[in-house]
Design a protein around this ligand. Sequence first.
Ligand SMILES: [Mg+2]
Ligand SMILES: [Zn+2]
Length: 196
Amino acid sequence: MFEKRRPGAVLFDRDGTLIRDVPYNGDPRLVEPMPGAAEALGRLRRADVPVAVVTNQSGVARGLLSPDDMDQVNARVEELLGPFDAWAICVHDDNDGCTCRKPAPGLVIRAAAVLDVSPRDCVVVGDIGRDMEAARAAGARGILVPTPQTRREEIEEAAEVADDLIDVVDRVLSDVAGPVPAVSAPWARAMGWSRW
Ligand SMILES: [Mg+2]
Ligand SMILES: [Zn+2]
């Protein structure tokens, strides 16, 4: 028998991937899961694959929502979709020059560190090119789940594209490995990540 390949963790973008994208949302009542999200997460949890959220929330830096609002929205996400093993959140703006705002790999590296897995064993699931760039830069496998808002070139440039979150889980729990990602080692060193 072949031993089935299991990723070390699956890291999900939040807005437009796990829940419908409501820009700068600070209202937990507006949280609505994307189709298949609950089922996909359930399958991963039953397979003992850690699940985490890696999300840009620049509305905090821009003063459009408070950290407390954001926490309430995230609590609602867990109420609807169950607990996540880690949350890695960037509250900065593009101008802050942080190392965590996607497309930088910091959130992927941080979540992997919290879960004690290598980023190279992680799958990053997102709806835009920034998510895929962060995955690539961290050495993770990126899977794009496009929405009507995803730009054509982001789909064309993605290493792997899935129809929906169920398709994502079919892929990551199958024996078929994804494309081997190129590792951007300078980023890893900058983030102090040593376990490659
Ligand atoms: Mg998104
Ligand atoms: Zn940041």
